[in-house]
Design a protein. Structure first.
Lengths: 354, 354
């Protein structure tokens, strides 16, 4: 703020001074401590109903607003939680964020949402900023398997819950989908349709989701007695349409033989759609594609995408509850929650051409 | 918080007391006022470089974190802004929110995002909560044409910027797309393709976008000398797929004669797609559909949606700048910003069948 406008602001503020707790107490004819108890939901029952009502009326008449900043300064608590995500415009995250907010709302907590763009430096600056705002804990959706910042926070015993992805160390609670089971559902579906050579467009190997889904892909093929061919796997550097397109193009360019693709997530599957489209290949007649996430509107794609549904809203809500438990008691034993996934069969997977 | 765990928490906090500014000053061998100036980006240049560096090092060694809550208590400012949206899972809002955050970030402000579900009571509770957290201003995306809460805030001269939608009164700054021009682009495109009887699935009339686009639809038809038939307009109660589907069904049920539909937004257009699909009507061969917004992934729909593009990220970023101007100086004259729109021609609009 420029100095001139800052002075102007301070002057403005002095003139329109808002009512304090002391004003309310005086107006209601009670001690400030009584007024404070009457206005705090946690202590209201310590005051008799008639007095509480008189204080409430005085507060309303004076336009008094309790000052949670003053309160949080005393207790170093702000009834708020930081939510660290890569990018709110990635359709994976709005339902998680909404779930977090719905989980926090009844407890009177609010969420600060920050976007890191998966940039470690930006993330570190944002987390510092959140902590200097005295957030009570963090919900983090940006985890890489090796993640020094998260490990530091965990070592400090700072309340922390990971969503969607985990880190290598089991010391941090996480709420994720049961990816191994989800991949098995997808591969079994393709096998039942008659596919034998199934490729995998794999997510980044430094994410638990990328690595875990890749491992589950290999394991399920093995269980089913289908060929496990490393030449049928192309890895991506990011969870993006562009990377999905590049990966499938590489597989097609080297003339790998396959009739179906399991994409690491729906955005990678969208990239596969683009490549098939460009090359005049029909999905599913020439190539089946299965995604992962069931993000919004994939039922309206051309063709509607067969994919594994992850309950993102529930992931967010469970994470909020887990975090609030840890905020209340930092010695709560670490636990992680694995939510069941389902396969949503639409029109992008069909029997292979003969 | 339960009392037992609250006591436990306070005990914990006493034990691990974090470093204060006074500790940093002592460690660096300077006066606390000097340490404060050295650590505040706004006043750093008032301290010589060598001293500033010594203070910075001391702060780092002690793990000192400046306490913006203490600072905001003094000035009643928290360097934060509330963002009031209907629902983050509506794909319209993530890019607006991201734009707001990108606009606030360089100024050191953060955003609190709250979802109202278009429920006036919930909205009022959330706005009270934001104000009691001392936000510096609000960016509001939930405006109805008649909106007592927004009018109250404006009357108080509370810093406020509307995005996407406006209220009836011109006293509140707003950042929106130039809808009238956008509708004209869409209707002219349909007319050029040869459509004469163009229906409108209109958004809720208590929103500026719903009413404004409906008015522009009539005006453009008139200008082009095409029939303006109230029987070709069906209104929606909400901006949702379900409402879009219900509206088009009503038009089809009463055997209204038309070959193209302008949908009030993309979600309403998606509802139109569903109805055409159910009735075995082909888009665009049997019926052209044009949307509004160009939300994420409508280029991948079946068929890819022709729609009017609104620069949502830019709307958010402009709103953040406008709001920061007002926070710095509440007497800044009210101005509104209208951003130009473009038509994105894809495959959902084609010449009518003969």
């Amino acid at each position: 703020m420029r100095y001139a406008t800052r002075l102007q602001f301070l002057r403005y503020f002095v003139v329109v001074r808002t009512a304090t707790l002391r004003d309310v107490a005086r107006h209601a004819g009670v001690h400030p401590g009584t007024a404070s108890r009457a206005l705090n939901p946690r202590t209201r029952r310590l005051v008799n109903d008639e007095t509480a009502e008189r204080v409430r009326e005085a507060a309303e008449q004076l336009g008094y607003r309790p000052n949670p900043i003053a309160r949080s300064l005393k207790t170093s608590r702000s009834a708020s939680v930081g939510v660290v995500i890569p990018d709110i415009t990635n359709p994976l995250f709005p339902p998680i964020v909404r779930g977090v907010e719905d989980g926090l709302y009844p407890a009177g907590y609010s969420a600060w949402i920050v976007n890191t763009d998966n940039d470690a430096e930006r993330e570190s600056a944002l987390v510092s900023s959140l902590r200097s705002r005295q957030v009570d804990g963090l919900i983090v959706a940006t985890a890489r398997l090796q993640h020094p910042l998260i490990e530091e926070l965990a070592a400090e015993n700072f309340p922390l819950v990971l969503v969607n992805r985990r880190i290598e160390s089991p010391s941090v609670p996480a709420v994720t989908g049961d990816d191994a089971r989800g991949v098995a559902l997808a591969i079994r579906h393709l096998a039942e349709l008659g596919h034998e050579r199934i490729a995998h467009v794999a997510g980044p190997p430094w994410t638990s989701t990328g690595r875990g889904r890749h491992r589950a892909y290999r394991e399920t093929l093995q269980e089913l007695g289908l060929p496990v061919d490393p030449g049928l796997v192309a890895g991506c550097e990011a969870w993006s349409e562009q990377e999905g397109a590049r990966a499938l193009s590489r597989l097609l360019a080297k003339k790998a033989r396959f009739t179906a693709v399991l994409a690491g997530n729906d955005l990678l599957a969208l990239g596969c759609y683009d490549v098939l489209n460009e090359r005049g290949l029909d999905c599913p007649a020439d190539m089946s594609v299965v995604g992962f996430n069931d993000m919004a509107f994939v039922d309206k794609l051309r063709p509607p995408l067969t994919t594994v549904r992850i309950p993102h809203h529930q992931i967010g809500a469970e994470a909020a509850r887990l975090l609030l438990d840890r905020v209340e008691n930092r010695d709560t034993p670490v636990k992680s929650i694995l939510l069941p996934l389902t396969l949503v069969e639409r029109q992008s997977a069909a029997p292979p051409a003969r």
